[in-house]
Design a protein around this ligand. Structure first.
Ligand SMILES: [Zn+2]
Length: 183
Protein backbone atom coordinates (compact mmCIF):
# COMPACT_ATOMS: atom_id res chain seq x y z
CA UNK A 1 0.00 0.00 0.00
CA UNK A 2 2.90 2.33 -0.72
CA UNK A 3 1.90 5.92 -1.31
CA UNK A 4 -1.41 5.60 0.53
CA UNK A 5 -1.62 8.12 3.34
CA UNK A 6 -3.74 6.71 6.15
CA UNK A 7 -6.60 8.98 7.08
CA UNK A 8 -6.36 10.59 10.43
CA UNK A 9 -8.52 8.73 13.00
CA UNK A 10 -9.91 12.04 14.20
CA UNK A 11 -11.16 12.98 10.74
CA UNK A 12 -12.83 9.57 10.39
CA UNK A 13 -14.71 9.95 13.66
CA UNK A 14 -15.79 13.45 12.68
CA UNK A 15 -17.11 12.14 9.36
CA UNK A 16 -19.04 9.30 10.98
CA UNK A 17 -20.42 11.35 13.89
CA UNK A 18 -20.54 15.01 12.84
CA UNK A 19 -23.11 15.78 15.55
CA UNK A 20 -20.68 14.65 18.23
CA UNK A 21 -17.67 16.62 17.00
CA UNK A 22 -18.90 19.39 14.74
CA UNK A 23 -22.53 20.16 15.57
CA UNK A 24 -24.37 23.14 14.13
CA UNK A 25 -24.51 26.01 16.63
CA UNK A 26 -27.75 27.51 17.83
CA UNK A 27 -29.01 30.66 16.05
CA UNK A 28 -26.65 30.26 13.11
CA UNK A 29 -23.52 30.58 15.24
CA UNK A 30 -20.71 28.19 14.46
CA UNK A 31 -19.43 26.10 17.34
CA UNK A 32 -15.77 25.24 17.56
CA UNK A 33 -15.03 21.77 16.20
CA UNK A 34 -13.86 19.36 18.89
CA UNK A 35 -10.56 17.84 17.80
CA UNK A 36 -9.33 15.15 20.22
CA UNK A 37 -5.94 16.20 21.60
CA UNK A 38 -4.39 12.87 22.45
CA UNK A 39 -2.07 10.32 20.90
CA UNK A 40 -3.13 7.79 18.23
CA UNK A 41 -2.91 4.92 20.72
CA UNK A 42 -6.18 6.11 22.27
CA UNK A 43 -8.16 6.20 19.01
CA UNK A 44 -9.79 2.88 19.91
CA UNK A 45 -10.71 4.12 23.38
CA UNK A 46 -12.40 7.24 21.97
CA UNK A 47 -14.10 5.14 19.28
CA UNK A 48 -15.48 2.69 21.86
CA UNK A 49 -16.81 5.63 23.90
CA UNK A 50 -18.54 7.08 20.81
CA UNK A 51 -20.17 3.71 20.03
CA UNK A 52 -21.55 3.43 23.55
CA UNK A 53 -22.96 6.96 23.50
CA UNK A 54 -24.39 6.70 19.98
CA UNK A 55 -26.10 3.43 20.92
CA UNK A 56 -27.61 4.95 24.08
CA UNK A 57 -29.07 8.14 22.58
CA UNK A 58 -32.77 8.38 21.81
CA UNK A 59 -34.01 10.31 18.78
CA UNK A 60 -34.87 13.50 20.67
CA UNK A 61 -31.59 13.57 22.61
CA UNK A 62 -28.49 15.44 21.52
CA UNK A 63 -24.88 15.06 22.55
CA UNK A 64 -21.63 16.77 21.64
CA UNK A 65 -18.04 16.64 22.81
CA UNK A 66 -16.66 19.97 24.02
CA UNK A 67 -13.14 18.83 24.77
CA UNK A 68 -11.17 15.58 24.57
CA UNK A 69 -7.58 15.75 25.77
CA UNK A 70 -4.78 13.86 27.44
CA UNK A 71 -4.00 14.95 31.01
CA UNK A 72 -1.84 13.11 33.57
CA UNK A 73 -1.83 9.98 31.44
CA UNK A 74 -5.62 9.83 31.14
CA UNK A 75 -8.29 10.94 28.71
CA UNK A 76 -10.29 13.88 30.02
CA UNK A 77 -13.59 14.41 28.28
CA UNK A 78 -15.93 17.39 28.58
CA UNK A 79 -19.30 17.27 26.89
CA UNK A 80 -22.70 18.91 26.60
CA UNK A 81 -26.10 17.79 25.46
CA UNK A 82 -29.82 17.66 25.89
CA UNK A 83 -30.46 14.32 27.49
CA UNK A 84 -33.06 12.47 29.51
CA UNK A 85 -31.95 11.16 32.92
CA UNK A 86 -31.27 7.64 31.55
CA UNK A 87 -29.42 9.14 28.57
CA UNK A 88 -27.25 11.26 30.82
CA UNK A 89 -26.48 8.25 33.04
CA UNK A 90 -25.45 6.25 29.96
CA UNK A 91 -23.19 9.06 28.71
CA UNK A 92 -21.53 9.45 32.13
CA UNK A 93 -20.96 5.69 32.34
CA UNK A 94 -19.44 5.57 28.83
CA UNK A 95 -17.09 8.46 29.63
CA UNK A 96 -16.05 7.02 33.02
CA UNK A 97 -15.16 3.75 31.28
CA UNK A 98 -13.22 5.53 28.50
CA UNK A 99 -11.22 7.61 30.99
CA UNK A 100 -10.44 4.49 33.05
CA UNK A 101 -9.52 2.46 29.95
CA UNK A 102 -7.13 5.16 28.72
CA UNK A 103 -5.04 4.55 31.86
CA UNK A 104 -4.50 0.94 30.67
CA UNK A 105 -3.63 1.68 27.02
CA UNK A 106 -0.39 3.13 25.63
CA UNK A 107 -1.23 6.59 24.27
CA UNK A 108 1.50 6.18 21.64
CA UNK A 109 0.73 2.75 20.13
CA UNK A 110 -2.49 1.34 21.67
CA UNK A 111 -0.86 -1.68 23.37
CA UNK A 112 -1.57 -2.53 27.01
CA UNK A 113 0.09 0.04 29.24
CA UNK A 114 0.21 1.55 32.69
CA UNK A 115 0.89 4.98 34.07
CA UNK A 116 4.53 6.01 34.39
CA UNK A 117 6.00 9.09 36.01
CA UNK A 118 8.93 10.89 34.38
CA UNK A 119 10.10 14.41 35.26
CA UNK A 120 6.97 14.87 37.39
CA UNK A 121 4.67 14.09 34.43
CA UNK A 122 2.31 11.14 34.23
CA UNK A 123 1.88 9.25 30.96
CA UNK A 124 0.29 5.92 30.07
CA UNK A 125 2.71 3.82 28.05
CA UNK A 126 3.49 0.22 27.12
CA UNK A 127 6.89 -1.22 28.17
CA UNK A 128 8.36 -0.23 24.76
CA UNK A 129 7.35 3.43 24.99
CA UNK A 130 7.70 3.87 28.77
CA UNK A 131 9.95 6.48 30.34
CA UNK A 132 10.48 6.90 34.06
CA UNK A 133 9.03 4.64 36.74
CA UNK A 134 5.56 3.12 37.33
CA UNK A 135 3.45 5.75 39.06
CA UNK A 136 1.25 3.37 41.06
CA UNK A 137 1.72 0.04 42.80
CA UNK A 138 -0.11 -2.86 41.12
CA UNK A 139 -2.53 -3.01 44.11
CA UNK A 140 -3.65 0.60 43.67
CA UNK A 141 -3.47 0.78 39.90
CA UNK A 142 -6.80 1.36 38.15
CA UNK A 143 -8.62 1.89 41.43
CA UNK A 144 -11.11 4.74 41.27
CA UNK A 145 -12.87 6.41 44.18
CA UNK A 146 -16.64 5.97 44.31
CA UNK A 147 -17.66 7.28 47.74
CA UNK A 148 -16.60 7.56 51.35
CA UNK A 149 -19.04 6.25 53.95
CA UNK A 150 -18.84 6.40 57.74
CA UNK A 151 -19.60 3.25 59.75
CA UNK A 152 -19.59 4.19 63.42
CA UNK A 153 -16.19 5.85 63.91
CA UNK A 154 -14.73 4.24 60.82
CA UNK A 155 -14.39 5.95 57.46
CA UNK A 156 -14.78 3.42 54.68
CA UNK A 157 -13.49 4.32 51.24
CA UNK A 158 -15.48 2.53 48.59
CA UNK A 159 -13.75 2.24 45.26
CA UNK A 160 -13.92 0.39 41.99
CA UNK A 161 -11.22 -1.30 40.02
CA UNK A 162 -11.38 -0.94 36.27
CA UNK A 163 -11.09 -4.37 34.65
CA UNK A 164 -9.53 -4.17 31.19
CA UNK A 165 -10.71 -7.58 29.97
CA UNK A 166 -14.40 -7.01 30.68
CA UNK A 167 -14.25 -3.20 30.15
CA UNK A 168 -16.22 -2.69 33.37
CA UNK A 169 -15.80 -1.50 36.95
CA UNK A 170 -15.72 -4.00 39.81
CA UNK A 171 -16.66 -2.47 43.16
CA UNK A 172 -14.26 -2.77 46.11
CA UNK A 173 -15.95 -2.48 49.52
CA UNK A 174 -12.95 -1.08 51.37
CA UNK A 175 -9.99 0.41 49.53
CA UNK A 176 -7.90 0.71 52.72
CA UNK A 177 -7.39 -3.08 52.58
CA UNK A 178 -5.49 -2.55 49.33
CA UNK A 179 -3.31 0.26 50.67
CA UNK A 180 -2.46 -1.79 53.79
CA UNK A 181 -1.53 -4.71 51.56
CA UNK A 182 0.94 -2.45 49.77
CA UNK A 183 3.27 -2.08 52.79
ZN1 LIG B 1 3.36 1.78 23.18
Amino acid sequence: MAGVVPRDWRAELQDILPDFFNPPGGGGRARPVCVPECGPGWAGVVDRCCVRIAAALEDRESFRFEDIRSCDGALRIRWAGRLTAPGEAAVRAAIDLAEARSMCVCETCGARGRRFRADGMLATRCPDHAEGVPAFSPAMENVHLIRVTVKGRLRVVVGARYDFETDAFVEIDDVSVLSRGEA
